[in-house]
Ligand binder design. Structure first.
Ligand SMILES: Nc1ncnc2c1ncn2[C@@H]1O[C@H](COP(=O)(O)OP(=O)(O)O)[C@@H](O)[C@H]1O
Ligand SMILES: [Mg+2]
Length: 256
């Protein structure tokens, strides 16, 4: 299976079973209250990513997963925070223009973002926001566009990444699930490598293999797998996990 060929485990974090396993007692964003072992797991992932992407200059790293709610947005944001802690200049782009989570996780308000830059309504300068974390800027996904794939495949997207490379040491890109929509495949052409997030009790081996094959088919460099492992609230599990195994484009387009 593709996983053995292309991936290695970058992060296997957290034991299950207690509230201590919630990253910070309920929320999922790294903070001072985050358990030591969770912080260490992210640092280990940072080190692995650093070794996996030895290129000179700015490194561009995408994060995706097979299906919704495996923890892509949580992982990429926490990873970006962990990189920023080293003093590197980091920017996170929320390229999931269908279900934009980063804005929600950071409690940011409405406003222009990536989609608006790609549609040429605004300039990149106008959408770079401070994240609240030192050394970490964010470009939120912006107004929900009808054609995310076309926007991501545009020259404007390429130009945006090129211009950000001049200013940042690391660019992280959050994407939608690759088994549901093709956006991450398009993004994979713009990055040095892709991290695949999986989640215990949610991710299925065949789905992960399908996702990996999609990436390998377009010659993406898969940096490795993250095993995001936590107790899952039964409500969410019903919605996305255990009982619903088929994900359709139209479902993903439906917003909460
Ligand atoms: N390791 C974790 N610990 C606690 N909550 C998590 C963890 N990973 C994800 N979550 C929660 O699961 C939900 C889905 O995660 P998210 O990162 O938005 O997934 P995705 O971007 O893959 O759809 C969110 O409510 C998030 O807070
Ligand atoms: Mg997400």
């Amino acid at each position: 299976m593709a996983i053995n060929k292309a991936g290695k485990i970058l992060l296997n974090f957290k034991k299950r079973g207690t509230t201590e396993n919630n990253i910070n007692g309920g929320g999922a964003l790294l903070s001072e209250n985050t358990a030591f072992h969770v912080r260490e797991a992210y640092k280990a992932m940072r080190t692995n990513v650093m070794f996996s992407v030895p290129e000179e200059g700015c490194k561009v790293i995408g994060v995706t997963s097979a299906v919704p709610s495996e923890g892509k947005s949580t992982t990429v944001l926490n990873l970006a925070i962990t990189f920023a802690e080293t003093g590197s200049k980091v920017i996170l782009i929320d390229a999931d223009m269908r279900r934009p989570n980063i804005k929600k996780i950071l409690n940011a308000g409405e406003g222009a973002g990536l989609s608006d830059v790609l549609a040429r309504f605004v300039t990149p300068r106008e959408v770079i926001s401070a994240s609240g974390y030192e050394n970490l800027d964010v470009i939120f996904s912006g107004n929900i566009p009808p054609n995310p794939v076309e926007l991501l495949a545009s020259d404007t997207m390429k130009d945006l990444i090129e211009s950000l490379k001049a200013e940042y040491d690391y660019i992280f890109i959050d994407t939608p699930p690759i088994n549901v929509v093709t956006d991450a495949t398009v993004v994979s052409r713009l990055v040095h490598g892709i991290i695949m997030v999986t989640r215990e009790n949610v991710s299925r081996k065949d789905e992960v293999a399908e996702a990996m094959n999609k990436l390998l088919f377009v010659n993406a460099k898969i940096l490795g797998l993250v095993l995001n492992d936590r107790m899952y609230q039964s409500k969410r599990r019903t919605r996305y996990g255990k009982y619903k195994r088929y994900y359709y484009y139209r479902d993903y387009e439906r917003h909460d």
